[in-house]
Design a protein around this ligand. Sequence first.
Ligand code: ADP
Ligand code: MG
Length: 707
Amino acid sequence: MYNSDLRGKPRKRDTYWSTDMTVKATTMLSEADGYDLLRQFNVPAPAFEIVQTPDDAAKAATKIGYPVVMKIVSPQIIHKSDAGGVIVGIKTDAEAKEAFNKIVTSAKAYDASAEIKGVIVEEMAKSGLELIIGGKIDPAFGRVLTFGLGGTLVEFYKDVGIRLLPCDDEDIRSLIHQIKAYTLIRGYRGQAPLDEEFLFQTLKNACDFFEKNVNVVEFDINPLRLYEKGGCAVDARVIVQDEPVELPAHYDPAKIVPLDYYKPRSVAVIGASDDPTKMGYAVFRNILQFPGKVYPVNNKRDEIQGVKCYPTLSDIPGHVDMVVITVPAQLVPAIMSECGLKGVKMAVVITAGFKEMDEDGRALETRMVEIAKNYGIRIVGPNCLGLILPPFKLDTTYVSTSPLPGDIAFISQSGAIVNAVVGISLSEGSEMGYSEVVSVGNQCDLDFLDYMSYAARDPHTKSIILYVEEIKNGVAFMEMAKEITQTKPIVAIKAGSSKRGQAAAASHTGSLSGSFDVYMEAFRKCGVVPVKTLPGAFQVAKALGDLKKPLTGRRAVVITNAGGFAVLSNDYAETWGIEIIDLPKHIIDELNTFLPPFWNKNNPIDLLGDATEARFRGVFDVLCKNEDLWDMAILVNFPNKVLAPDRVAQILIDNSKRTDNLLVGTFVGGDCLKPGVDLLKKNNILVFEELEFTYRALGHLSWTADR
Ligand code: ADP
Ligand code: MG
């Protein structure tokens, strides 16, 4: 299919940045082959011919028709312009001959060792808006499509968006609309609009091209020129490998761990201790709360923390469903065999010193997993804090105090963050309770997906928070998350928004979107709400868990008796993507019938400092009658003598029974407003005590409305 004479091994680029994928030998197709391939997928490209001499250049140019563009053909020269390898606007035979020599000379000067395969003479496309369409393979999430403002200044603009394949029409449309340069496509300042339909179709064709050519690891069409009618690719770079690209695996429901694995009747702690400085002490102390049978195992004692101790697991007279292992890594494989003989279902391996440490550790881990597999034992960890299921009083960790039971599942790739979160949840004034807290550790067996699946099936869990560093099986993750978010919200903090670990190479597609962007897009696609901070995660998870129905949009009405907050509301709303709607005339007319004549006749609705309960209730009467005009109503209150905070809270509580739209309280002013805040919390009405946070949280919440 490809003209192998023109192919060669590209240099100066990183193929993948993942250490887990074997780097396969890749080759770059020539621009000519790229054009031919794209044409098969209905992407228009210029007429061209490849020549080896100045005379042939002139002949080809005459055949194609002046003006023409001439470019270097060399597998090692990725950025032809940088090498002085592109000359546009060639109008005569003499210019064509001269251009040939100039291009070859410049290319040789740029890279003496580059193989020069000739010069391509192309039909010169008329000018248009230069866009980029690209594709790359993400090791976790598979094929990624990039689209944005193109040309030789792509890195400068960085105006690109991405989508994960497969894409539907809506994904592509929203991608076109999301870039800043969409203003230019739509027609800027009296200029005629460009052919958006052609662009849409070309993006779909590019996806089709990428999915059907299973050997393509990366490509970019930069630029694609877009006109008022149609468009044309005027550069094409396609990187292929010999074997089909290996894509991440799909989610396999057969691998799901049955719920009873998480509900042991008895738990043994291997390495339990009486010495408060040992990990086995704290772990056993936490396990003591468990209402089922608990057994300490330690061959040096008869009794630990007042409980009869056994020298080995096999010595325990009854059955053991779960073990928690805290002994050194070298001992773990043998213990795993013992677990198998004892009929243990689940092993929580707290011990570190496995894969994360060195090659020996990796070998130990492999051995341990092999043994566990043979016996059908499932492993949490190793190298983790462990698992806490507060509703069952099961805490296999060494955290100093166990968290309270509640309805949030917290799944973390960092043990330290679990510690911190548990600490925060127990601090004064916090009402955070958990249904599941887990630190995933090395995920040698059970991984993010398993713990998410547990939370999805667990009746105690209302919402899920993830702290993610890296997800290996991204495709399976998305499939599962998409299913879960239909019924339970997932909020995720993704660590590493920096561009660490990305190929630094200049204008190939890989550098335009980093892996963080890919995560954000993956989250968007499967309805996971990304948040930046831990407190944000809890507030949003709680709010989403308590929502009566998912938010349907971003349209907000703000009602306040504090004029200053009305102004700030506009600012914050804009920052966080909340749309404070203009009130239609009929609403203003209706409000005029009972509000004092000097009200601001605008949204935010400023009811003024002396606003009475009747004024607030009157506004809500009108809003509830017109509930399809807005998605959320935000009541902003401040301390004042006219209206007590609990009375204000009651207004929200009463009206929340009349509409399915979201009602939100914001009580800014500290302790004196606490009676109102508490009342709202008790009635499951979303309330914040800081104005900016209201908009930030709502901005995150409305993420779900965008799907
Ligand atoms: P590079 O390898 O540097 O990306 P390109 O093939 O994209 O080289 O050429 C650089 C620029 O020259 C393009 O961005 C485009 O503006 C212009 N150009 C290239 N080919 C053509 C063509 N056939 N018609 C019109 N302009 C072209
Ligand atoms: Mg280019």
